[in-house]
Ligand binder design. Structure first.
Ligand SMILES: O=C(O)CCC(=O)C(=O)O
Ligand SMILES: [Fe+2]
Length: 199
């Protein structure tokens, strides 16, 4: 089979596999998807528990998935919304690229440079032993950071452009933390969709 997607090769030096696929969607398609997803998604501003305290997440979220695939993290349980036509199409693209199926998606809306996601691993048990995660980006370019859990000084940066897909697979979620930090640069909205497969 021919590979319809061109990627950077593995960007990690060891203990994982992260690949960047720029321009999977055209600038026009990306802008259309951004506007459509902003308008049509029932965004929620969730509170999470950090050290026993309720804090609002610095972003808006929505959880989609096959019926019955509820997802829990940081003390909240999300019931999935049913796939929309748009998300079902994007899921097909992500599946073709990853070479496997997905049954869930987390949508993140970063309203501006002050919205962010802290350092974490997507290593919940329900994601299975070696989670494969495809991350689609639309809207503003934001810097995505990776660092190894035993060598936290060396931080790798990937600028995630609109229309791109980032693929994380293999041992990545065991050994590497990732984050989308705040930035003082003026930023318009960015939407991120991470397709995942829950057991
Ligand atoms: O916004 C991003 O690119 C990262 C999102 C992420 O890490 C997640 O949803 O687990
Ligand atoms: Fe993540």
């Amino acid at each position: 089979m021919t590979n319809l997607f061109t990627d950077t090769g593995n960007l990690l030096p060891y203990d994982g596999d992260v690949r960047y696929f720029p321009a999977v969607f055209s600038p026009e398609a990306s802008e259309k998807l951004l506007q459509q997803l902003i308008a049509a998604t029932p965004w929620r501003h969730e509170a999470i528990r950090i050290f026993g305290r309720e804090v609002l997440q610095p972003r808006l979220t929505a959880w989609y998935g096959d019926a019955g695939k509820a997802y829990s993290y940081s003390g909240i349980t999300m019931q999935p919304l049913p796939w929309t036509d748009t998300l079902a199409e994007l899921k097909q693209k992500a599946e073709a690229l990853a070479g496997q199926g997905f049954n869930s998606a987390l949508l993140n809306l970063y309203r501006d440079g002050q919205d962010s996601m802290g350092w974490h691993r997507d290593n919940e048990p329900e994601l299975g032993p070696n989670p494969v995660i495809t991350s689609l980006s639309f809207g503003a370019v934001r810097s995505f950071k990776l660092k190894h859990h035993r060598d936290k000084k060396k931080v790798y940066t990937i600028d995630l452009e609109p229309g791109s897909i980032l693929l994380m697979q293999g041992l990545t979620q065991h050994h590497w933390l990732h984050a989308l930090p705040k930035t003082a640069l003026p930023k318009t909205a960015r939407i991120n969709i991470t397709f995942r497969s829950l057991l």
